[in-house]
Every structure is written in structure tokens, then in C-alpha cells.
Design a protein around this ligand. Sequence first.
Ligand SMILES: Cc1cc2nc3c(=O)[nH]c(=O)nc-3n(C[C@H](O)[C@H](O)[C@H](O)COP(=O)(O)O)c2cc1C
Ligand code: SF4
Ligand code: SF4
Length: 251
Amino acid sequence: MILYFSVTGNSEYVAKRLAAALDDEAISITECIRNERYLFKIKEGEDIGLVAPVYGWQLPYLVGDFVNKSTFEFSGTPYVYYVATYGRNAGNSANNVKADFEHHKLKLKAQFGVKMVDTYTPFYYVNDAKDNASIERKTEPQIDEIIEHIKNKDADKYIKDIASPLAARIGQAVYEKARQTSKFVVGDECTGCGRCEEVCPEGVIKILDGKPEWKANQCLLCLACYHHCPTNAIQHGKSTKGKGQYINPNI
Ligand SMILES: Cc1cc2nc3c(=O)[nH]c(=O)nc-3n(C[C@H](O)[C@H](O)[C@H](O)COP(=O)(O)O)c2cc1C
Ligand code: SF4
Ligand code: SF4
């Protein structure tokens, strides 16, 4: 079983590549939450994989909450692994995952990372298709290597770009500060199509009078509304203007 959370398709692509190569099943955490599925029966010899993006040098809290809330029924000691998909630094996310699984008496055996296009457009640009394609090409050997490690049940910390828990608190603080939904603005390009409401994993967007409104003070800041908007009508203050939108082309 490979659980994944994905907003712009990077983690979904990795989870599905792993599932295909390992004859396993990729299960969307967003779908599980929508369907209130929190019970997972792990067969003898079955692995437990988690693939997720890094947010503010941490595991997105939605993923942590989901793992904590879930029940894993298992016998023996399943091989548990985590694959971070990230743009620059996976921060402290593997320690977050380790603690969340320990809560279920499951030991995180292996930590992997795949460096992918960084979707955090308040900081970074994703508007150069050539740059994106070059990063996408480089992910393939990284995924192939992870598949081999999982097949061999290798147990180690393989993520290259990490931060100490103390340093990662800085990234977390920046992320926490940016999470206010009051920063979102909608331009005249909005057609009222409702896509942003549909893709928001937190359900905080409602279309009212043909325009999105944010119904909570804070959100996950996953930027699904921003990246999936067909007319690029949503901005996060002035910080995202002209930075481009990104969806992994393999999805
Ligand atoms: C709110 C937010 C915070 C992010 N923080 C980090 C980070 O701390 N370190 C990093 O390397 N990438 C960061 N990223 C980039 C994503 O982790 C990366 O692009 C990931 O592959 C996206 O996964 P997805 O396409 O499956 O949603 C962040 C992206 C978002 C939206
Ligand atoms: S996805 Fe974009 S165009 Fe559609 S309702 Fe939301 S902001 Fe408007
Ligand atoms: S409002 Fe936008 S950024 Fe916030 S959780 Fe919903 S989709 Fe993600």
C-alpha cells in the first residue's frame, strides 16, 4: 500500500511509478479523507509507503493528521518507507513521518527524496517550460533508484537535502505566517468555473456570486486553487504574480 498526498501531481506521479514497478496500489489521501476511509488492513509481507510533498520544511499537517487518525491493522513488522517530493530542501519532514508512524508502533525503515519542480510560487518561478522539463528528466533516475532500494527492503536515510529540526523551525515559521487566506486575491480573469472550490483539499473555498471566497482565516497553503485555476485568476498577494502555474505533465 502506497499512501500519497499530492496537489500538483509530483507526489502522485512518484506514487504511481512506484506502485507500477512494485506491483502495489497507490492510494490518494485526499480521496480517503473525502470518503472517510481511515482503516487500512496490511497483509502479511505488505509494505507501507507514504509519498508526500514538503511544506515549510515539514510534512504537511494534513498528512500528519491523516496518519495519526488512521488505524493500521498489521501483523509482523511491515517495511515502512517515506518518499519526500520537494523542490530544494526536505527539511525535517522525515522526522515528522517517523514520529507519526511510531504512534502506531510502526518503525520507519527508509527515508527517500525526489527533487522535483518547486511549486511554492510565492518564492519561486515555474514559468520556464525548459527549466521544468530539465528537472522532470532528472527525477526519473531518482525514482528508479528508490524502486531498487524498496525491492531490496533497504533500511537507511537516503534523503540528501535535509535540515536539522531546529533549523527547520525557521521554514515552518515562514510557512505558518503565510497561511492566512486574506492574502488571496481574485482577478477579473475569473470565470466562476468552480475549479478552485473543487480542488481545495481543506474545503475552505466557496463560489459566491460567481467568485471564490475563502471561508477560513488559515488554510494548508497547498496552492491547489492557484495552480489549477484555468485562467490564472488567483494570486497570493503580489508574491505570485507572473511566476507561472505548474501541474506535473505526467499526470
Ligand atoms: C506551501 C508549500 C510549501 C513548500 N515548502 C517546501 C519546502 O519547505 N521545501 C521544499 O524543498 N519544497 C517545498 N515546496 C515544494 C513542494 O514540496 C514540491 O514542489 C512538491 O513536489 C509538490 O508536490 P505535489 O505536486 O505532489 O503537490 C513547497 C510547496 C508548497 C505549496
Ligand atoms: S478556478 Fe479560477 S476561474 Fe474558476 S472560479 Fe476559481 S478563480 Fe475563478
Ligand atoms: S484555499 Fe487554496 S491554498 Fe488553501 S487549502 Fe484550499 S486550495 Fe490549498
